[in-house]
Design a protein around this ligand. Sequence first.
Ligand SMILES: [Zn+2]
Length: 280
Amino acid sequence: MRAIDVHVHPSSRGLDRDACAYFTRELSEVPSTEDQFAELFVKQQVKALLIGWHPSTVKEETRNSNDYVIDLVARYPDAFAGVLASLDVGPESFVEILKQAEALSRNPRVKGFKFHPPDQNFYPNDRKYYALWELLAAARKPVMFHTGFTVLGANQEGGKGIGLDCGRPIHLDTLARDFPQMKIIAAHPGWPWQEELIGIVTHKKNVYVDTSGYLAEQLPELFQRAIRGRLQDKALFGTDFPYIDLEQALISFEKLGLKDAVKEKILLANAHNVFGLTQE
Ligand SMILES: [Zn+2]
């Protein structure tokens, strides 16, 4: 295997077309069937962690869901290594959310959880949610949070109701302090707060970061320097597929000119360690 991609959205459901347009992705190049989607990862010898969350900006068609991605992992084990499950933190009763979290935690295909604070409109360090983090930390499930800019609602009136503030990296700092046993992954380099994010990932041993949402050569300079050096054990390769193409992401990653040992950590070893995946 060449890499683990820790940040993949199924292109066969819940595709945000505005986001594709933002990344100038030709819809005809995005695999729309499950077979094509899985084949693409098998062909590149990359295994993906599939995210079960459905963006609020996509109203039409069938929703992406935890059940959907869990089923994909079961059907295409050569393409997909597991699931990052999502939970609606909004309208449902908190007891119900905890029940769902517990059930998902027991599923061996669920390797972790993923939240999108700007789209879900909540602060990860709000004490209201601490019982949930306690549960996930006890279950030893890493939790990924979107950080920084989001393409959802980008260039739309009022950002389609999405505020960026909930995605500021600093909110993960106090969370990591209060839950030292919980592995936290900041998704994306956190732009326009990349310095804030690097500070937190450097300071908190239990905070990691993924490279997703960018071609590697376009990652902020400071971020590139950090993952080449001090943060080489804390960075995880991720694409944000289908918004970023997998093949292009891999080609771009090579252009960073990282030493082989560092490359191996970011592409594979760090993900194995963080998510407890078995080596193949
Ligand atoms: Zn994403």
